[in-house]
Every structure is written in structure tokens, then in C-alpha cells.
Design a protein around this ligand. Structure first.
Ligand SMILES: Cc1cc2nc3c(=O)[nH]c(=O)nc-3n(C[C@H](O)[C@H](O)[C@H](O)COP(=O)(O)O)c2cc1C
Length: 194
């Protein structure tokens, strides 16, 4: 079984980015599971708290989930033409202590996707993540791109995708990433190449 973790960079209950990850979970090939997480409950990074108390529980659980995953999907909102501070804060906590970066992120296949009510599909936010992914030593997947614009017209009130023009590209994106993860790790989902 291939295990993927999806992390949504939004705190919003009705988040389009969380909905996008949930929808991705419905479109996976056989032999792949996706557990969807959000950044909810992660405090602001504070080095004094880290020194006194260590890594907060919410961070520690997520860290282990990412470390154990074969691949990571980051669904990013775009704020002010860049990545959201709250999402970066979560990744900053997840990168602590520095000695753990290699175990948690090193060589990890990562794909970025995003949704926005705006017209440019989070393209600037997705690009803003690249230096972070490089610094963490991840193995980013560049062959696919998923930019969901006008998200208010793409999801219904339950968060389900109502637009085939998004569902199909999402399916292609997820399947492409799964193939990449399979080629990058020894674990292959059932039904994909040997
Ligand atoms: C402070 C702020 C800045 C924003 N800047 C952008 C932006 O630069 N580009 C964009 O497409 N949407 C922008 N938005 C709109 C977000 O894309 C929108 O709030 C979206 O729903 C957030 O993702 P979520 O639904 O997953 O919470 C901004 C929203 C906020 C609150």
C-alpha cells in the first residue's frame, strides 16, 4: 500500500484547499491511500517554547505521519501573491529540530497544488514554495501542475467538485504524482508498473 499525506495550508472550515485534497482522495488509483491533514492546532513557532517544551503534540503527530508517508501533497492557498504565513509557520515547526529534516523531508516526493477564488490558480504561491522545498531536501514533482481558479464555482457547499473540467485534471495530476512516487520509492501501488 502506498501512503500519501495531504496537508492543506488553510485553517478555514470551508477551505477550498482542504476540499481539493479530499477530492484528490476520491480519485486515487487502487493500492494508494491519502490521509488529509490541515494546519489547525499548530501554534506560532516560538524558539523559547521549543527549548522549554519541545515540539508541540500537534506538530509531532504530523511530523511522524509525513516521515512515514511515501509522498506528500501540499495544497496551498495564495495570500498577497505568495504563500500563507500560517502554512509556512506549520512547515517551520515541522522542520524542527533541524537534525530531523532529513528523516522527515529528505528525498520525500512532494507535489504542490492549490485553489483560489481568484483567476490565477495560486501560481505565485506555488512558486514561492520552491526554495523551501529545495532547502528541506525534498524531491519535488514538476511534471504536473494543478491550478484551480474561480474555486467558488468548482466546489459545492459540501466541498465536492462539481466541475469535470477540474475533476479530470485533478485525477491526472494525482495519478501522475503516484507514478512518480512509485518510481522514486520501492513501493508501488497495485496496478502500476513493476
Ligand atoms: C490576506 C489575504 C490575501 C489574499 N491574497 C490572494 C492572492 O494573492 N491571490 C489569490 O488568488 N487569492 C488571494 N486571497 C484569497 C484566497 O485565495 C481565498 O481566501 C481562499 O479561499 C483561501 O484558501 P482556502 O479556501 O483554502 O482557505 C487572499 C486572501 C486573504 C485573506
Amino acid at each position: 500500500m502506498m501512503k500519501l499525506v495531504g496537508l492543506s495550508g488553510s485553517l478555514r472550515r470551508g477551505s477550498f484547499n482542504t476540499a481539493l485534497l479530499r477530492a484528490a482522495g476520491e480519485l486515487l488509483p487502487a493500492g494508494v491511500e491519502l490521509s488529509v491533514h490541515t494546519i489547525w492546532g499548530i501554534p506560532l513557532y516560538d524558539a523559547d517554547v521549543e527549548a522549554a517544551e519541545g515540539i508541540p503534540l500537534a506538530v509531532a503527530g504530523l511530523k511522524e505521519a509525513i516521515a512515514a508517508a511515501d509522498g506528500l501533497l501540499l495544497a496551498t492557498p495564495e495570500y498577497n501573491n505568495s504563500l500563507p504565513g500560517a502554512f509556512k509557520n506549520a512547515i517551520d515547526w515541522l522542520s524542527r529540530p533541524q537534525a530531523d529534516i532529513k528523516r522527515v523531508f529528505g528525498g520525500k516526493p512532494v507535489a504542490i497544488l492549490g485553489a483560489t477564488p481568484g483567476g490565477f490558480g495560486t501560481i505565485l504561491s506555488q512558486d514561492a514554495w520552491l526554495p523551501v522545498l529545495r532547502y528541506l531536501g525534498t524531491n519535488p514533482w514538476f511534471a504536473g501542475r494543478l491550478l484551480v481558479s474561480h474555486a467558488g464555482e468548482v466546489f459545492d457547499t459540501s466541498g465536492a467538485i462539481t466541475d469535470d473540467k477540474v475533476r479530470e485534471p485533478l485525477k491526472r495530476f494525482v495519478h501522475g504524482f503516484v507514478e512518480f512516487v512509485g518510481a522514486s520509492t520501492s513501493r508501488k501501488p497495485a496496478g502500476l508498473g513493476q
